[in-house]
Structure formats: C-alpha cells, structure tokens
Write a protein that binds this ligand. Structure first.
Ligand code: UDP
Length: 462
C-alpha cells in the first residue's frame, strides 16, 4: 500500500461543508456536519465573510471549525445586492475564486481535504473541488419530490409553463398550481429559476448526492432517484436532542442570522394552556404584502385563539396599525424571531401555520406538530401538497383568485386543526411521522446507515 494511502487511512478524514448562505440552507448542513463530527470526521463549515463577521455561532453546541470566503458582498451580504440575479452571478464569480484560495490556504497549512459537501444551489463549488482533485457531494435541502420535478424540467421532460397536470415518477399527479412556483410561474425570478433547474448541471460528476429527507417519508421518489445517483438520505437534520438524543447538548442549530426574543416567547408560552397556541411563521425570507398581513392579523385575532406570530423586523411596518395599537398581548404575541424548535416543542403549541419551507416542514414532522400550510412561492407550493395530501399532517389553506388567503379561511383551517375531533387525524399522523423520523436518525436507522456508509467511504474502509 502506498504511504500516501496509508496516511489517509490513519488520519481523520476532513470534509468542507459549504451551504448556500441563507438560514434554511445553513441549518441542515450544520447538523450534517455535527453528525459527521460525532463519527470521527473533521469538519469545516465554509460561510461568507459577511455571515462570519456578523453571526458567529451563538451557543456552545457547535464545535465545528468555520472558515470564511467572499461572496462579493462582504459588508452587507445578500440584501445589499441589487437583485437576486446580481447576487447569484457575483457569488459564483467571486466565490469560486475565494473558495479556491481557501483550499490552497488550508492545503499549504498541511490540511488535507477529502471531500467538499456543497449546497446543490452552488454547483460551481463542484467545479472548484474537481480542479483540486477533491471529491464532491451535492447537498439538497429541499424535498426529494421537489428535486425530482426540477430534474424533469432540467431534462426537458416537463415544459414551462406546464400543462394542467404534471406527472413524475414516485409522486401522485400534481395540478399545475401544486408544482413549485418556478415551474408554474417561471418568469419573475430568472436567477432563482436558473439555480433550481441548474442543480443537475454537473451532478454526474458528484461522487455523492445527499438529501435532507428520510426514506420512509419519500420512499418512492428516493428509490427512483437512487437509481440515477449515489443518493444518501441523511435527514431529518433536526438537532439530535429533539430526535435520537445521541449528540449530547445538541439542542440548537447554533448559527442564527436573526436574534431571537427567546425569554419573551418562553415566558408567554409557559402561561398558556396545553395545546392552546397557534404558532405562525413564514421563515427567514418570505415577504408578504400588506393586504395579506392584514388578513392574517385579523384572522388570528379571534377570541378562541392564542397565537405566537413571527414577523421579522423588516416586515413589521406592514402590520395593520390598529392591530398593533390594540396591544394584543395576552391573546397574542408578535416577535421578530424565535427559537423555532423550542417553540414547536413547547407543550402549549397545538398547531403551526407555516409557509412550508422544508426545514420548518421537517421540524413540524420531527416534533409531531400538525400544520396549516400556507405556501407562498418556490418549493413551498409542492411541499404544502405533500403535507396535506401525502403525509396527512394538516390542511392547506386556500387563497382567493387574487392569491390572498382571507381571514375567515385561515381561521377555519386553524380551528379545524386545533379542534379535538377534526384535528385528530392530523395529530395522529404527525405523531406517527415523528416516531419514524426518530427511528431514521437513531442507531441503525436508514439515515444513520447512509451517514455511516459515507464515513466508511471517506475512511477508505469500504
Ligand atoms: N426559524 C427560527 N425562528 C423563527 C423562524 C424560523 O429559528 O422565528 C428557523 C426554522 O427553525 C428553520 C429556518 O429558520 O430551521 C427556516 O427554514 P425554512 O426552510 O423553514 O424556511 P426559509 O427561511 O428557508 O424560507
């Protein structure tokens, strides 16, 4: 055996993990890094200079090395770019060079890099890895079913715009409006459309394809996609203490781009009866119009509803003035950000009104909380379909012909899920998925096995 090979075997393998720099992409990759670390892999998280300088890990659950690269927006990050197109273009140009510089720097310090796990949104990271002869693994943060639809568009098997219904292997037939927004409304965000369809542009060169899902949740699609690539299904990537509890103190993702009003949330929730609170959040990126905000505000403002609503600071000005003036404290609490996992797992929370971002979706499933699905764009329209029709953990609230969800509709969906009888099936299904999620990541579970297999390959043991 060559000396070089023997050295590789004796040393812990080293993996660079490179998420797209947004909360919903950072969280799952950090958790994957923690799992790898617990299995003897050295991990380095690569993030942008802007995030590195402004949002260092906020607790001690994360002991992963972090290295910054430039996305071309070191002072202001994504929001300082003129448009998403200009951000994505600059990120690719500047990021490719900066990532290459980082690899050179680490190698010159004697560090070997055995693999780069990169977000499937930044396919150019694989090109950089290949320049250095490093193996790459694409990491998909959205549902496998959604990726499958994008793959079919990429291959020209679904036309844009699609016909009245869309069929892909492993999924039931979808109405056109249940496809991701970039499929049924492909015009408004050309940079994002190109990004999501382009996820497959160089996938044939990736040694691994990771996906944040679990086998039982998306069995048919996973089996179909597994025939094409070396698919590793490694989720759900919730902090371990919410599922298998094998990673001690792992209670939080550890790198938040927003400051949570944590004590305020917990004190308020602690004073509410069991399962009496509706938690409402649209994640880190969705921007709602003022009319939609108004409908939500008055929909939630019902004598029978306690609500905790996350309205990010930049969105607050859209709240109706008299709603704010009425000092809703007591029945409702509006906060700029919360620790969502702690909120969802609080005993007083009975329902999650969600935009169906895939992390929020997996968190609802992993914590057994039934949902009212209120998707806005991107993959959310399709994930909402899965939550309602396939996984059975909630209901989708209907928008009117102008695309707005009216207050009465929202309230009746919330009441349906909160009600002891009408919400029972969703609650039972949520509890069932919760257990299956735990089993998947626990010792010997399907996701645990896939992670072990990856580690085994890195260590050249199989
Ligand atoms: N999140 C949070 N506090 C909040 C709202 C969201 O910690 O007040 C977290 C949530 O737990 C999830 C992530 O932010 O992990 C949002 O990701 P998701 O995929 O659900 O939506 P996105 O922000 O990407 O649209």
């Amino acid at each position: 055996m060559a000396d070089q090979q023997r050295n590789k075997i004796n040393k812990s393998p080293h993996v660079l993990l490179f998420p797209y720099p947004a909360q919903g992409h950072i969280n799952p990759i950090i958790q994957f890094a923690k799992r790898l670390l617990s299995k003897g892999v050295k991990t380095t998280l690569v993030t942008t200079i802007y995030i590195f300088n402004t949002n260092l890990p906020h607790n001690n659950t994360i002991s992963i090395n972090i290295q910054p690269i430039s996305d071309g927006f070191d002072e202001g990050g994504y929001t300082s770019a003129d448009s998403s197109e200009s951000y994505l273009k600059t990120f690719k140009e500047v990021g490719s060079k900066s990532l290459a510089d980082l690899i050179k720097k680490l190698q010159s310090e004697g560090d070997t890099i055995d693999a780069i796990v990169y977000d499937s949104f930044v396919t150019w990271a694989l090109d950089v890895a290949m320049e250095f002869g490093i193996d790459g693994g694409a990491f998909f943060t959205q549902a496998c079913g959604v990726n499958n639809i994008y793959y079919h568009v990429y291959k020209g098997l679904i036309s844009l715009p699609p016909g009245p219904t869309v069929s892909v292997p492993g999924l039931p037939r979808l109405e056109w409006w249940e496809t991701p927004s970039f499929v049924h409304n492909c015009g408004p965000y050309p940079g994002w459309s190109e990004t999501v369809f382009g996820q497959f542009s160089n996938i044939g060169h990736a040694r691994w394809v990771f996906t944040n899902s679990f086998y039982q949740l998306e069995k048919e699609v996973i089996e179909w996609m597994g025939k094409m690539w070396k698919l590793k299904v490694i989720g759900p990537t919730l902090p371990s203490m919410y599922l298998d509890k094998r990673l001690e103190n792992d209670t939080d993702y550890g790198l938040s781009l927003f400051n949570a009003n944590h004590d305020e949330c917990m004190n308020w929730l602690n004073n509410k009866p069991k399962k009496s609170v509706v938690y409402v959040s649209f994640g880190s990126a969705v921007k709602l119009g003022s009319e939609q905000m108004e409908e939500i505000a008055w929909g939630l403002n019902d004598k029978d509803v306690n609500f905790l609503w996350v309205v990010r600071d930049k969105e607050k000005e859209k709240l109706p003035k008299d709603f704010v003036d009425r000092k809703i404290t007591g029945k409702g609490l509006v906060v700029a950000w919360c620790r969502q996992l702690e909120v969802l797992s609080h005993e007083s929370v009975g329902c999650f009104v969600t935009h169906c971002g895939f992390n929020s979706t997996l968190e609802a499933i992993g914590l057994g909380v039934p949902v009212v699905a209120m998707p806005q764009w991107t993959d959310q329209t399709t994930t909402a379909k899965f939550l309602d029709d396939i996984w059975g953990v909630g209901v989708r609230v209907k928008a009117d012909e102008t695309g707005i969800v009216r207050r009465d509709n929202l309230l009746s969906c919330v009441k349906k899920i909160m009600d002891r009888e009408s919400g029972e099936v969703a609650r039972m299904n949520a509890a069932k998925w919760r257990e299956l999620a735990r089993v998947a990541v626990d010792i010997g579970g399907s996701s645990d096995n896939d992670i072990n297999e990856f580690v085994c390959e890195l260590k050249h043991e199989c």
